[in-house]
Design a protein around this ligand. Structure first.
Ligand code: ADP
Length: 414
C-alpha cells in the first residue's frame, strides 16, 4: 500500500472516532456518510494518478530502448529529402550528397562523393556560396540556374559547419531547393498581366483621344461627332468583349464551370451559330456552309459547344479573303469530330504549336487592330474541349486554308 493511501485511511479512522463522539444520531449519520465518500473518492483519484504515471513511465522506458544507428538515420533522412544536399569539407571536397543532388549535377553518387566542388560544377554562384560559408559567412539564398537539356532553377542556402575546437568552419552544408515551377508560374503571371494591360490600354487610349477631340471642338460638327462616337463605341465594346472572355477563361481554368452534358442535335446548333455571324460574314463576302448531316447527335453542353463553334467560325470569317468560304462538317469514329475549315490565309506551321495559348496571335497588328480580336478565342475553345474530355486540333496550309477539329468523346456506357 502507498504512503498516500495509509495517510488517507488514518485520517478516515480519526474522523470516524470523532463522529462516534457526536451525541445526536442524525448529524452523526450524515457526517459518517460524507467522510466515507470523501475517503473513497480520494483513494480512487490517487490510484488513477498512479496508474497514469505508470503508463507514461512504461512508454518512456520503451522509447528510450528504441534506437537507430545515427549514420543510417542521417542517410535515410537525406535520401528522402525533396531538396538537393551537398556537404563539403574545408578543402571543398564533397563528403556527402543525396539523390536530388546527383540529378542536379547530372551525375552518379560514385562521381559526386570524393570530388572537388570545382570538378562537379563550373557554376560560379554555387562555388562562391560555399566559399563564403567556409569563411564563416552564411548566404541566405542564391538563385542558381542549371544548364542542360532541362533548365532548372534552384535556391541555394549554404550554412557553415563549425569545427569541434571552435577554430572556424570545418566544412559547409548546401541545400538546393527546386523553385523551377514557382519561377515558371511567376513568369506566366507576369506575362499574363502585361498582356491584359496592353490589350486594355490600346482601346482605352483610343477612347480618350476621341473624347478629347470631341471636347475641343469636333462636337460642333455633326458628321465628325457621329464618326468619332462610332469609333468610341467600337473600342468600348472591344474592351467589354475582352473582359467577358477573360472572366470566362478564368472561370473555366479555375474549374468553376460545370457542364450540362446531354445529347445535342448538331446540325441545328451549327445553323444557330451561323445565323449569329451571318451579318459579319455578309459584310466580308464570306459564305458559310453547314454540311453536318441531319439527325447527327453529339454528347456535349449545347451552350458551350455553340461557343466553341462561334469562335472557330468567327476566325474562319476574319482570317479569310473576300468571297472565301467556311465549312462545318461532322465525322464519326472512336470520337465525334466536328470540323470547321476555311479556305483563307492559312497559318505558318511554326505558329501552330502555340496557337491555343492566351493572347497568342500570328499577326498581332492585323488581328487586334482591324478585326476586334482578343487573342483569347482559341484558348477558350481549347479549355472547353478539354472540359468535355476531348480536345481541339488544327491543321493549316499557307494560302490554302485552315481546319480546326473538335474531338468529343462518346458517352460512357454505364
Ligand atoms: P483572335 O481574337 O485574335 O481571333 P484567337 O485566339 O481566336 O484570337 O486566335 C489566335 C490567332 O490565331 C489569331 O490572331 C490568328 O492569328 C490565328 N488564327 C485563328 N484562326 C485562324 C484561321 N482560321 N485562319 C488563320 N489564322 C487564324
Amino acid at each position: 500500500m502507498r504512503k498516500r493511501q495509509i495517510f488517507l485511511i488514518t485520517g478516515w479512522t480519526v474522523l470516524t472516532v470523532v463522529f462516534l463522539l457526536i451525541p445526536s444520531s442524525t448529524p452523526r449519520l450524515i457526517f459518517a456518510v460524507l467522510t466515507a465518500l470523501t475517503a473513497l473518492v480520494a483513494i480512487f483519484v490517487s490510484n488513477r494518478k498512479e496508474r497514469l504515471g505508470e503508463t507514461v513511465n512504461t512508454q518512456l522506458e520503451k522509447t528510450e530502448r528504441v534506437s537507430f544507428p545515427i549514420d543510417s538515420l542521417f542517410e535515410a533522412t537525406i535520401d528522402s529529402m525533396h531538396e538537393g544536399l551537398l556537404v563539403v569539407d574545408r578543402d571543398m571536397r564533397v563528403v556527402a550528397s543525396n539523390p536530388v543532388a546527383y540529378r542536379l549535377f547530372g551525375t552518379t553518387p560514385r562521381v559526386v562523393n570524393q570530388q572537388r566542388l570545382t570538378e562537379l560544377t563550373r557554376n560560379p554562384e554555387i562555388y562562391k556560396a560555399f566559399l563564403d560559408a567556409l569563411r564563416g559567412v552564411e548566404r541566405s539564398s542564391v538563385k542558381v540556374d542549371t544548364v542542360g537539356p532541362e533548365r532548372l532553377v534552384f535556391e541555394l542556402r549554404v550554412t557553415p559547419l563549425p569545427s569541434e575546437n571552435g577554430s572556424g568552419p570545418n566544412g559547409a552544408l548546401g541545400v538546393f531547393i527546386d523553385i523551377t515551377r514557382t519561377e515558371h508560374l511567376e513568369s506566366v503571371r507576369q506575362e499574363f498581366l502585361s498582356n491584359v494591360s496592353h490589350e486594355l490600354r490600346t482601346p482605352l487610349t483610343s477612347i480618350l483621344a476621341f473624347v478629347e477631340t470631341l471636347e475641343t471642338g469636333a462636337l460642333e460638327d455633326p458628321e465628325s461627332s457621329r464618326r468619332f462616337l462610332s469609333i468610341i463605341r467600337k473600342n468600348a465594346s472591344r474592351m467589354h468583349g475582352l473582359v467577358d472572355e477573360l472572366l470566362e477563361l478564368t472561370a473555366i481554368e479555375g474549374g468553376n464551370v460545370r457542364l450540362r452534358v446531354a445529347e445535342v442535335e448538331l446540325r441545328p446548333l451549327v445553323d444557330e451559330s451561323i445565323a449569329s455571324l451571318a451579318a459579319k460574314a455578309d459584310a466580308q463576302g464570306i459564305r458559310i456552309h453547314n454540311q453536318v448531316p441531319e439527325h447527327i447527335k453529339v454528347y456535349a453542353d449545347a451552350r458551350r459547344l455553340e461557343r466553341m463553334l462561334m469562335n472557330l467560325i468567327d476566325n474562319g470569317i476574319k482570317f479569310n479573303k473576300p468571297s472565301g468560304q467556311v465549312t462545318i462538317k461532322h465525322e464519326s469514329g472512336s470520337r465525334d469530330r466536328i470540323i470547321v475549315e476555311d479556305n483563307g490565309d492559312g497559318i505558318p506551321q511554326h505558329h501552330l504549336e502555340r496557337l491555343f495559348e492566351r493572347f497568342y496571335r500570328v499577326d498581332r497588328a492585323r488581328s487586334s487592330d482591324n478585326m476586334g480580336g482578343t487573342g483569347l478565342g482559341l484558348a477558350i475553345v481549347k479549355h472547353l474541349a478539354l472540359l468535355h474530355g476531348g480536345e481541339v486540333t488544327v491543321a493549316s496550309e499557307l494560302e490554302k486554308g485552315t481546319s480546326f477539329t473538335i474531338h468529343l468523346p462518346h458517352p460512357r456506357e454505364e
